[in-house]
Write a new protein. Structure first.
Length: 256
């Protein structure tokens, strides 16, 4: 068989072209490139208030502050020790950049978790590829974060308890607008190594009840961190390749 010889220029051009294609075809790179917070051109706004940020809620006295815009010390990578790669933006928001994160504070008893977030506008993407992240109580029980504005909500849409329950209503704001979850979470109860009561959750999304006393019979929703469900777990915020932003994250104990 005759050996084909390439010139130095042909070899260089081939390597360059392959690298360029790898970058533009990468889902994460594309998502980051196409996401914007600067405009929502093309979004059909259903109500005028959907363009207004949901009011930020100050942490009450005695709350555990997980993120207040001043530092990332309240979180580590999912390995439990490394500093996170997520960045604090000029607006004091924490932006998803690379890899999921988890809180250093553990959830060991009933809590009310407050999380404010906003999703970018990604007009060239659809479904799960559009502003995707997730809020995991104890690292195991997810409330989905997604651009689901104007949709008929399912369990994998914004506010959904993934594969468990869809929101009672779609309470989403338009993309780029600040939103909030207030989540009352009751961990599962174990006695003698046996689960006697499953986890339970109530969720308010932008002040509207989207889940009321929902029982979660499984011990780990999709893409959760897993682990022993009888043990305390962190707040886990998911990286799904989209530059979602978070701010003002805190939790307070609830009466059992």
């Amino acid at each position: 068989m005759k050996r084909v010889r390439f010139t130095r220029f042909q070899r260089f051009y081939g390597l360059f072209a392959a690298g360029f294609l790898a970058v533009i075809l990468s889902p994460t790179a594309s998502a980051q490139k196409e996401a914007t917070y600067d405009n929502t051109d093309g979004v059909m706004i259903l109500k005028l208030e959907d363009k207004a940020d949901y009011p930020s809620t100050p942490a009450p006295e005695g709350a555990t502050i997980l993120f207040d815009g001043s530092s990332t010390d309240g979180f580590v990578k999912v390995d439990g020790k490394s500093p996170i790669d997520w960045k604090i933006m000029p607006n004091k928001a924490l932006r998803v950049t690379k890899g999921g994160i988890k809180s250093t504070a553990m959830i060991s008893e009933p809590v009310r978790l407050h999380v404010e977030f906003r999703v970018p506008y990604m007009p060239k993407f659809k479904g799960q590829g559009r502003g995707n992240s997730g809020v995991y109580l104890q690292g195991r029980y997810e409330v989905q974060v997604l651009d689901s504005y104007g949709l008929e909500s399912q369990d994998n849409d914004c506010g959904g308890i993934y594969k468990v329950a869809k929101p009672l209503v779609n309470a989403c704001k338009a993309p780029t607008v600040w939103q909030a979850y207030d989540i009352d979470f009751f961990p599962p109860v174990f006695e003698g190594g046996k689960k006697v009561k499953p986890a339970q959750i109530t969720v308010l999304h932008n002040g509207q009840v989207i889940h009321k006393d929902v029982v979660i019979n499984i011990d780990n929703t999709v893409a959760g961190l897993g682990g022993d469900p009888s043990k305390p777990g962190p707040l886990h915020l998911q990286d799904h390749g989209d530059p979602v932003e978070y701010r003002n994250i805190w939790m307070v104990k609830l009466k059992k």
